[in-house]
Each structure stands twice: as structure tokens, then as C-alpha cells.
Design a protein around this ligand. Structure first.
Ligand code: NAD
Length: 249
């Protein structure tokens, strides 16, 4: 088993060594070592402060207040976080000129914090580290939201146009961002190695990108702690700890 794992790690090192346009496609598993639980941890923050779906969020100021408060509770519970070894590997490949980009389902902004430029990062499910106005797009910080919730009843409105303010995440029931979907498709089509890291690969349409890579004949590598439905499409599957594997490449 150990030899098998060592052989797989060596195969990964070879594939990374030969590649010039790597796409790192990440899910919640790349950030668990940073202290942000993935969806599956029982009793974790996501089940206790489950984010509201889009329709409910939009239904009333009270619902919006509740939705924003839940997000602040998640942030407070998780506390300050730093990028992990998986984020560091992607940033290292960027510095070496080998990274086409990152496509992430995560909303934690840790790829950019580790050094992958925002211009090379596609956030399919948005970003939960700030909020924005759904009308004019103006950015609002979470600390400002917390102050507004404390000082006033109802939900805070945009300081620019009085529009609805929401965390910059894509909620269940909200349309996928067209620009992010388009960029993710282009990145997938132009890469020469696709690494799917820390995702159960069950959330659609995000999970369609590893499948697209395999369909286009791009070598697909899956690194995840447990099997995924896309394992059968991959050239290499490593069921091991992401930080351990990527730190060693
Ligand atoms: P998921 O929770 O469905 O799957 C995470 C996978 O990572 C699991 O299969 C788990 O076995 C694996 N994993 C966890 N830690 C690992 C480690 N150290 N080494 C190897 N494997 C590890 O997450 P998903 O596929 O990203 O989909 C869930 C949705 O939840 C996404 O849409 C994402 O936006 C959202 N989410 C985001 C965050 C975040 O921003 N950090 C956290 C939780 C959920």
C-alpha cells in the first residue's frame, strides 16, 4: 500500500514536471487543514449555521438580516485563517510560470492570499470574505455589516444606491456567475494538466469541469481523502492528505 502511494506520488511529480499550463480545481478539502471544516463534518459550522438559499434571502429584510448574521457567526466561529500547503503549491507553480489558473468552489479567498493573482483565480461560488450590492456591485466589508446589524433593525442597504447587500457568495438557487463559468471553461480547454483537489465532485455544475478535462484528453489527477464519482475518468487518483501530497511535489 505504501509503495503504491509512493508510486502515485512519483507519478504526480512527473506529470507536474512535464506540465506547463496546470489548472488546480479546488474544493473545501484544500482548506480543512487551515481550520475551515468541509461540508461533511458532522455538527460542523455549516450544519449549525446553514446559509439561507437565495429565494429565502431575497424574501424580506428579516430574512436578509438572518442570512447575513449566520454568515458572521460562521466567520466568528472559524476565526482567522491562513492558507495551507495545497494553496502554497498552487502559488509556487504560479511563480514558476506553470499555472494556467485556479478554479475554486471555495469562498474563503485563500488561493489569492497564498499568492495566486485574482486574475488567475475563478471563484465559481463567489467569495464569503466580503459582501456586495446586488444592484450596483459596490463592495461592503463584513465588519461594516456587523456594525449595521448591531446599530439598526432590518437589513443594511447599499451606501451607494440603497440596493440589497449580500455576501459575495453564490447561494443555492442563485444563478451561477456567467463570467466565472466562461473563464473556467476556457481554462479547462487550454490546460495541459487538471488537478482536482479536495472536492467530493458531487456539486454541479462545478463538478462538470474535471469531466470536461477528461473528455478533452487532458490528464486528470484527483487528490482527495475519499473516492469521488469522477475517479474512473482520472489518469491518476490519490486518496491521501492534500497537504502532505502537494507539499512533497
Ligand atoms: P465537500 O465538503 O463536498 O468535499 C470535500 C472533500 O475533501 C471530501 O471528499 C473530503 O473527504 C475531502 N477532504 C477534506 N479534507 C481533506 C484533506 N486534508 N486531504 C484530502 N481530502 C480531504 O466540498 P466541495 O466538493 O468543495 O463541495 C461543497 C461546497 O461547499 C462547495 O460548493 C464549496 O463552495 C462549499 N464550501 C466551501 C468551503 C470553503 O470555502 N473553504 C468550506 C465548506 C464548504
Amino acid at each position: 500500500m505504501m509503495d503504491d502511494l509512493n508510486g502515485k506520488r512519483a507519478a504526480l511529480a512527473r506529470l507536474v514536471g512535464q506540465a506547463n499550463r496546470i489548472v488546480v480545481f479546488s474544493g473545501a478539502g484544500i482548506s480543512t487543514e487551515c481550520g475551515i471544516p468541509d461540508f461533511r463534518s458532522p455538527g460542523g459550522v455549516w450544519s449549525r449555521f446553514k446559509p439561507l438559499d437565495f429565494k429565502t434571502f431575497m424574501s424580506s429584510p428579516e430574512a436578509r438580516r438572518e442570512g447575513l448574521s449566520r454568515f458572521l457567526k460562521i466567520r466568528d466561529e472559524i476565526g482567522p485563517v491562513e492558507p495551507g500547503r495545497g494553496h502554497a503549491a498552487a502559488a509556487r507553480w504560479h511563480r514558476a510560470g506553470k499555472l494556467a489558473g485556479v478554479i475554486t468552489q471555495n469562498i474563503d479567498g485563500l488561493h489569492q492570499r497564498a499568492g495566486v493573482p485574482a486574475s488567475r483565480t475563478v471563484e465559481l461560488h463567489g467569495n464569503g470574505t466580503y459582501a456586495h450590492c446586488l444592484e450596483c456591485g459596490r463592495r461592503h466589508e463584513l465588519d461594516w455589516i456587523a456594525e449595521q446589524l448591531e446599530a439598526h433593525s432590518g437589513a443594511p442597504a447599499c451606501v451607494e444606491c440603497a440596493g440589497i447587500v449580500k455576501t459575495a457568495t453564490i447561494s443555492f438557487g442563485q444563478s451561477m456567475p456567467a463570467d466565472a463559468m466562461h473563464r473556467a471553461g476556457e481554462m479547462t480547454g487550454n490546460c495541459d494538466l487538471f488537478l482536482a483537489v479536495g472536492s467530493s465532485l458531487v456539486v454541479e455544475p462545478a463538478a462538470s469541469f474535471p469531466a470536461l478535462a477528461a473528455q478533452l484528453g487532458v490528464p486528470l489527477v484527483i487528490i482527495n481523502g475519499e473516492p469521488t464519482p469522477a475517479d474512473r475518468l482520472a489518469e491518476l487518483v490519490i486518496h491521501d492528505d492534500i497537504g502532505d501530497v502537494l507539499e512533497a511535489v
